[in-house]
Design a protein around this ligand. Sequence first.
Ligand SMILES: C[S@@+](CC[C@H](N)C(=O)[O-])C[C@H]1O[C@@H](n2cnc3c(N)ncnc32)[C@H](O)[C@@H]1O
Length: 459
Amino acid sequence: MSRVQPSRRVAAEVLGAVRTSDAYANLLLPVRIREAGLSSADAGFATELVYGTLRMQGYYDKVVELASRRPAEKIDGPVLDVLRLGVHQLLSLRTAAHAVIDESVQLVRIARKASAAGFVNGVLRTVARDDADTWRERSLAGLHGDARLAVEFSHPAWVVRALASALAREDAAGELDAALAADNLPPQVAFAALPGLADPVALESGAGYRPGRLSPLALGSTGGDPADRPEVAAGAVRVQDEGSQLAALALTRARPVTAGESWLDLCAGPGGKAAVLAAEARVGGAHLQANEVVPARAGLVRNALAPFGSGADAPEVVEGDGRRFGEAGARFDRVLLDAPCTGLGALRRRPEARWRKSAADLAALTALQAQLLDAAVASLASGGLLAYVTCSPHPAETLDQVDAVLARHPELRAVDTPAVLGGISRAPLALPERGSAQLWPHRHGTDAMFIQLLTKVEE
Ligand SMILES: C[S@@+](CC[C@H](N)C(=O)[O-])C[C@H]1O[C@@H](n2cnc3c(N)ncnc32)[C@H](O)[C@@H]1O
């Protein structure tokens, strides 16, 4: 047992928990790393093993099937975890075969699957006999179209089709390979310096930061643990994708803020965009209400907004179903609907997400999105501004929702969102000339956020 490197052991445990108990790798892995007392080098290796294996799982299963002549679903879960980890090391990390095979055999023993030790040994020896290019050719032989891309880029076929149709709607079908490949690369860490609490220009020349790329709040990282930075610990600087920053700023900066405006964040958990809204609201003299239906996530929103205090001008956090805002009640000058969605735009940072969601989840999500959109429209004051945002490029969650809400509500008008973002971004944004903005990892280096501003005409 002692012959297994602790990082491999932690990685196998996390893969097991992701498979059996719906654990989130990004939440569980840091806990397991801490509990195992891994050095920072071992922690980095464990992270690479878990994230890399989960992202490429679809492709690795194809390799395992060819090498074992057995369908992956017929292989015992803990044994398959060890094989996936082994294939990742052999084909992507190019780790020495003897180390991978020896430790993989130990790992199945630790998983109490000693009877599979010979099988694991044989399969990984077969994989190690050929190089990554040979396995790639072999895995793709005879496959065409979506099925080929699904294996090559390790995405479920329905996700390949969703990305293809989103890109085709922008006349950018030729970018599909680049979009799929970008989902398999780790995102760069980006920070948001919250207006009024931190100054990105002052920080960007300091230790640990470099200038951001698109968002005027953004800072890049030169490495190290974000939690070690005092301004991060104080909540003045947050880890946040630049696409999310731009989505929040589209709402707050599309037009000047009038003191006394009231703003609503309808689906606020865990509070990343709410923090940007709260900072912008304070600077402009607006008041923010942040709503979240899941109590634990409402708690996260409270934590996210804690640096803004509890005075009369502090943001208010409320709990409940956002659809209740459609009933009679307060009207807001600006509303953010960052809707629950498939999350297909954040596959880089949630490595297991692509295997968890299915096309069947889409129908329930799109129905909820439409209801939340109706509530957002109802809660919007005349002349008010609504930002409909998803962390998904799936057209059923983005363009189709926008077309449908405009058809249901003749009082709504689409705002030229690429033009608004063009005025906010530090660098030109390659966006198609239509009313909606779709950011892409391969093109913008952000999550694939969709942003559509809408306004209610004055009655
Ligand atoms: C995409 S996330 C929001 C992310 C958030 N804006 C941020 O930047 O941190 C969507 C949130 O909507 C919440 N949600 C789901 N259904 C809801 C509903 N009916 N009413 C209000 N919130 C809901 C989810 O719990 C989730 O926290």
